[in-house]
Write a protein that binds this ligand. Structure first.
Ligand code: SF4
Ligand code: SF4
Length: 426
């Protein structure tokens, strides 16, 4: 009974039992048997340690395997173009990065771009990660998806794809994507994925351009058979800088997040609101009866409540990779097409260079001063540094950087005034 309980618990150790067991003296199960108090002391110590250690691990890595792309989307973070980019990682270098990552963590790897399908070796890269036990998913643009491509994805171990819909009609989607026929291509890709049992999620970048269509897009995602509707609030970087006038105002932003929160009890598929960290504040300020978010997170009353504390302690758990507000640098990282590591694709500040450090992602993840600063939410500047929601939310560091030039500054699109008071000695 006792050893079974330990076995079950160790299986929850975020794919890194070696790390966590090495950090603790091994409890002697035989000696502990028969002593319930000592057993539960060790049980709690192990689980607490697991939880603490897991916070240091990446749970999600978006990897821009190429920057080349045939589309010309107005909001493109990478300002990707239809050309060959110099110094992209070779197949062998990609394998080495995956080997390094799998050596210390088990994150989901999003193969993204640009258009990841433009790489000849994309299925070899996916297969290599899959064989290492990493969960491989892909974010293609949709135009190259056909039955053969889906069959190759299945064979390479791709478990899910995302397809973008930024308008509910061809007119609005094509205008935003800057390419005539993009909506039709997305619909074809969705149909092919559905028919061939490839799970897919719908990503939607919300701007003033499509704010009036978000409800329609959400229902379209449900009706098309998506597993997740993934609304994303525009971050004005890359080509998105030119869309600054398309960005929602802070008030519209707040209203939109409230509206999304209210949809949680009616939407029939998962909804994962991305890169809108203060959504995590809103779901706690305004619990929706009976609703759970995409991660199964129950809304809590207020920071400091028992339920919120429980949620906080799990907010970066392996199953909660999506529970935190801004995950960048905390449980999420981005690798650029030339091997630069960033907290996310929207904050173009380099944490380290894989081509310069021998493809050692782990060293950058653990030692980069940028990642360490981002994880230290108590030292964010302005109201984000003392807000009672700072551990759950933290504000968008990329928006702070885009607007103020300082990634530790307050989130410029948050209208909330913290109840907590600024600390005197900072
Ligand atoms: S800084 Fe955080 S919230 Fe902002 S875009 Fe990056 S990951 Fe998303
Ligand atoms: S003040 Fe900062 S930490 Fe607090 S809710 Fe707003 S963005 Fe989040």
């Amino acid at each position: 009974m006792l050893s079974k309980a330990f076995a079950v618990d160790q299986s929850l150790s975020v794919g890194n039992s070696a790390l966590f067991t090495a950090a603790l003296p091994e409890p002697n199960i035989e000696q502990l048997a028969g002593n319930r108090h000592r057993y539960w002391y060790w049980y709690k110590k192990l689980t607490d340690e697991t939880s603490r250690k897991s916070e240091l691990l990446p749970h999600l890595i978006a990897w821009e395997v190429t920057r080349s792309c045939k589309l010309n989307c107005k909001h493109c973070r990478a300002a990707a173009q239809s050309r060959v980019y110099e110094n992209e990682l070779s197949t062998e270098q990609c394998f080495a990065v995956l080997d390094n990552v799998a050596g210390f963590a088990r994150p989901i790897i999003i193969l993204t771009g640009g258009e990841p399908m433009l790489r000849d070796d994309i299925y070899d890269i996916a297969r290599h990660g899959h064989e290492l036990g990493l969960r491989m998913v892909m974010a293609p643009c949709g135009m190259l998806i056909d039955e053969l491509a889906i069959s190759k994805m299945h064979e390479a171990g791709i478990q899910c794809i995302s397809i973008s819909l930024d308008g509910a009609t061809a007119e609005s989607h094509d205008s935003f994507r800057g390419t005539s026929g993009a909506f039709a291509s997305a619909m074809t890709a969705i149909e092919v994925a559905r028919k061939n049992h490839m799970p897919f999620q719908i990503n939607t970048t919300i701007t003033r351009h499509n704010i009036s269509e978000v409800e329609k897009i959400m229902h379209l995602a449900e009706n098309l058979g998506a597993i997740t509707f993934n609304p994303f609030l525009l971050v004005p970087t890359g080509r998105g800088v030119e869309l600054a006038d398309q960005e929602l105002s802070p008030q519209q932003y707040e209203q939109t997040l409230h509206w999304l929160n209210r949809q949680r009890d009616s939407i029939k598929i998962q909804m994962r609101v991305t890169c809108a960290p203060h959504y995590q504040r809103i779901i706690r300020q305004h619990p929706v009866e009976g609703a759970t978010d995409a991660t199964g997170l129950k809304p809590a009353d207020h920071p400091g409540s028992a339920s919120t504390k429980a949620t906080e302690s799990h907010s970066h758990s392996s199953h909660g990779a999506f529970r935190a507000g801004c995950m960048g640098g905390k449980s999420f990282a981005f690798i650029s097409h030339v091997g630069k590591v960033q907290i996310c694709g929207f904050l173009e500040t380099e944490a380290g260079d894989l081509l310069e450090n021998g493809l050692d992602f782990e060293a950058i993840w653990k030692n980069s001063p940028l990642f360490r600063a981002i994880r230290d939410v108590d030292h964010y500047r302005g109201k984000c540094g003392y807000c009672e929601y700072r551990r759950l939310c933290g504000g968008c560091r990329a928006r702070a950087f885009a607007i103020t030039g300082d990634y530790l500054e307050s989130e410029p699109f948050c209208v909330y005034e913290p109840q907590a008071k600024p600390r005197k000695s900072r």
